[in-house]
Design a protein around this ligand. Sequence first.
Ligand SMILES: [Zn+2]
Length: 561
Amino acid sequence: MIQLSIVIPTYNRAKRLRACLEALRVQTHPASEFEVIVVVDGSTDETAEMLKNFEAPYSLRTIWQNKSGQPNALNRGIREAKGPYCLFLDDDITAAPQLVAEHLQAQRQQSKTVVIGQITLSLPSNGDWYANAFARGWRDHYDLLNQEGTELSWEDCYSGNMSVPREDLLACGGFDVGLVRGFDVELAKRLQKNGCSFVYARNALACQDEQKGFRELSQDAENAGRVDAMLYQQDPFMLSEALGSFAQGSWRKLILHRFLLAINIPPAVLEVLGRIIRQPSRRYSLYSLTQKYCYWRGVRQVMGTTGLWRQLTAGTPILMYHAIGLPDEPAGPFILPVDRFEKHIAWIKRLGYQPISLAQFLEYKQNCLFPPVRSVVITFDDGYADNYSLAYPILCAHNIPVTIFVVSSYLGRKNEWDQGGELAGRPLMSWSQVQELASQGVQIGAHSCLHHRLTEISESEANEEIVGSQKHLESKLGIAINIFAYPYGEHNTTIQNIVQQAGFVASCTADAELNTLISSPFALRRTEIRGNESFARFLLALWTGNAEAFWWVRKHKNNKR
Ligand SMILES: [Zn+2]
């Protein structure tokens, strides 16, 4: 009785196909329980002769089709399969002896499962530096999957070593024959929609004979960009992590990518540069940069350079203000004079920035839609009375949405936590002022009860600070409080989990970067706008999400409020 059908699409790789079939002869699982279907996609080499003479202990069927692409060949194999599960193997894959047994075991444990096996790469001894860096990236990827608790996504589903119940494949119509690349992850996304889940079987081990060098690998990256862009245009929920991540990460990388794309440098120049570099870590950084650059060239080929392209290469800065001072009050890191705040708002408008609310940003994110180009979010922390009397009238006059994170136990009182600091004794808004702002459409978020450093108190105390402030605000204001900001920007996974479990939909840090559609909602990036810093830094914050970009010394690194 056939339990598993192994589908191997092949094109002009007789020698490697032979090695692939040989490896399946020595499986630990009984050969009578699986079959192998080789779908020959119009090969013109000695594949026919090799297959004719190949003696297999398992049932081996060969199907010939005129060259019509790998997805077509895979679908043909699915149609012909007799077993309840299909295992897809590339023709350059050498299976470890336990591969079939491991896939079957994982499939039998749970229905509607996509099982992803582990693949190691074997490189030719004369492989170029680029291929070696590619192999390192590959290893890092599987090292991550090998770690306990790593969550799999549809983007990890590589059809080189992957099994799926046949009925689920038929139910969702098999692979998309219109795609030259990425047809496996696209299928995985549809399988997920149909209720399938993903399981990683690290012992379902196989080795891929990788022969590609710089030219093919960089071309693959460009194709991946093209496919991701096309899939996204068909359905925004097909947004891949790579496509959503242009503005993610440090400002240095962001500027470098923007620069490379602007001058449109040929990728081969970067490869030549890599031959000169000797230090392995620098070489690897150059490889990562080149792969990303090639990927984005592919995206641009599909999207052009206007509209959506500009949106997805933009990123959204979330600005963080604290107190606003009267014109005669000295400026400080956390006190920005009101006339300068007015200037910031005027320039946000003048430069064509589009202020959106935090709620709007989260809505874009949830729907996988890119916010407008030059979108910006404005937030205030702590809830000082001057936010009500000085900042709000300016924002209101310009019709700019704002979010204010308040410290619930201190409302109507003064700042008592900033002992000896410039904000000590500064009055906070009263409950009625907060209520009035909320009724005018200002989004109110929680910023703990007592402004403790959440990472330095016990878990139960942190829970009280987070959940307590939410309940307090909800009961007094009569509105839902679903966003949080970490006091002093301090957070870790435990704190993030508490915030998530309390029912908040998002939380803001004080880590300076731009936000993208793939930013973690419980670690949104924010850029502190300090009262004692130059206007140029404010412009940098808008552009790069980091007011300290280009300033090499981080003076206030550990000085957050
Ligand atoms: Zn604060």
